[in-house]
Write a protein that binds this ligand. Sequence first.
Ligand code: HEC
Ligand code: HEC
Length: 216
Amino acid sequence: MRRLMWIPLLILVGVALTACEDEQPRTSSDSAYQAPEPTTIPAAAPDPDRGHTLYTTWRCAGCHGERGQGQVGGALAGTTLPFEQFVQAVRQTRPPKPAFSTAELSDDDVRDIYAWVTSLPAAAEVSAALTLEEGEVLGMSVWTQSGCDACHGAFAQGSAYAPPLVETDLSLNDFLAALRRDVTTIPAHGPDAITDEWAARLYRWLVTGASITGGC
Ligand code: HEC
Ligand code: HEC
């Protein structure tokens, strides 16, 4: 009789022990098991020195002046444009200014450029605009007004989906033929976007290096 009374007691103890084992063991590295709090990686502080380098590499200097004092493009030194408007302008074509895609310059890159130009004192006076040969226009204007920059890159350097055209090896005839080949799929290749005469002028500008200050 006494022996039998132990049996339910042992079962109870057994249940209690199993319940304890089901609990996660607590260790000092417990926090590693917790779901991480959603965090946003803090953006690196804008880097004006890097911005200066990008400004030169992406030829902003050629149109806005070495120190952002302005030339073909207006002054950017000490600009009062808010960043949102600045980046919007960078993304848009404003002939002769090409549109810079996010593949060419990321928003962070533009932020660094912005940090550099806003660190400069506002330009006292804007440099004189370029003078071209009689009858010439900026090749860059023809390039951007025809919308070629949208696919072939800001400076005809090519993109992930369209070949480079700067210093093309094509003959003028092959250039014109290639340009007219894809009119249905690429409307910008059609005569409505660019006439043969302007395409030929653009071709000369491209084969001679597509200088941003060069005419055609
Ligand atoms: C081929 C010449 C050319 C190049 C290259 C060029 N720009 Fe411009 N940019 C212009 C012209 C022209 C305008 C329109 C007139 C103006 O507002 O200065 C302009 C306008 C702008 C504006 C708007 C200014 C405003 O006050 O509204 C910004 C910002 C700008 N450019 C930034 C850049 C940056 C950054 C680069 C280099 C990544 C660059 N541009 C390269 C010619 C150029
Ligand atoms: C919507 C995008 C787009 C636009 C805008 C565009 N192109 Fe193209 N272009 C392409 C693609 C994609 C190719 C390559 C496929 C092909 O050759 O059919 C190409 C090929 C070419 C070729 C042949 C290059 C070679 O080496 O075979 C020429 C020349 C050319 N484009 C000129 C121009 C000119 C000039 C403009 C502006 C008037 C222009 N393109 C505008 C997308 C574009």
